[in-house]
Design a protein around this ligand. Sequence first.
Ligand code: FE2
Length: 184
Amino acid sequence: MNSPLDSAIAVADAALRTLFAKPHATRPTPQPESPSGPLNDAERREAGALMRVNHVGEVCAQALYTAQAAVTRDAALRAHFSEAAREETDHLAWTVQRLEELGARPSVLNPLWYAGAFGLGLVAGRLGDALSLGFVAETERQVEAHLDGHLDRLPAADSASRAVINQMKVDEARPENCRRRPRC
Ligand SMILES: [Fe+2]
């Protein structure tokens, strides 16, 4: 069992890494079957805005899992949430990379988004593990729906962003990810 100080340090470390360190993916960035065509300025801006929102979603996912790992008294569930956060780091890294390629920047409000999602994660965690898992399931369902919407809105020529979003969707639907949800 971690001491409160250990937990506080782990939480602060996770927050600082998510917000200020360059994330490292364990898998290569998904590549499109055919390379992206040229994007005009408006298309590049639109793609950048969509990938910025996706990046915010990944920042919030990190905050949510970290908070729930910190709050649960169930060691197996804590390990589960910590593992989920590690898996999601690929998505964080891919969206950062795509933002850079598009010449776009992450949201300057990311510390606020992180704090908000962390607070929600704490509240959900304190309401009990079943509710906490239900909250994650609903959040991930919303994220998947969101990704679908982004696939529709991305400029047709931006196959590189599309490849990243498609793989993120596939990851969310993987059986091992389903195991952390009460229904899947
Ligand atoms: Fe993700």
